[in-house]
Design a protein around this ligand. Sequence first.
Ligand code: CDP
Length: 204
Amino acid sequence: MRFTVAIDGPAAAGKGTISREVAAHFGFAHLDTGLLYRAVGLRALSGVDPLAAARALQPRDLEAGDLRSADVAQAASRVAAIPEVREALVDFQRDFARREGGAVLDGRDIGTVICPAAEAKLFVTASPQVRAERRWRELTGTGAQTTLAEVLEDVIARDRRDSGRAAAPMRAAEDAVMLDTSGMSIAQAVAAAIAAVARRLPAS
Ligand code: CDP
């Protein structure tokens, strides 16, 4: 069976957790497409041309240990605004999406540009304050030294860049199910996402 679940939304809205849990529940493969841009961003920080980095990207680059830092997130959002970089990453994402057995992809433009024909689409969001708090807890949990105010500033800057760019701006597909997780626990958000995907599965 081929079945694509597209999960988009802004930074720290809960896409990652929801996508992993949805994939585990249905036995689908999962691709966090943010890691592609983070891996290119990491290379760009060390002086490599972003387009060359995108063209040379290998699956093992997604396992680099330092992809989750705030600096790499900002670098990712900068290289993600370059149309040719995005173009170089399209085939990898589409091949993943159409693999046998089902796939969940999370990102910013999965339901609009990468997989406009995805069988299920979700747009996961939450208020900037709630998202900054979640990300701050995550970052300080890994030992990073940062304040909530700095994280909020980063989240807002990245939202602005991601939704304001000309190439594949972040936006909800018209047929996406909207999921605002601001007042939800992780378990509630995951349950809502699983229910939305289950409604789109072919009856067996
Ligand atoms: O985990 P978080 O939501 O903070 O970020 P991410 O999903 O890892 O994405 C990092 C950056 O990559 C985003 O701010 C976007 O600029 C970019 N990105 C994108 O443009 N398109 C995607 N499909 C995924 C990420």
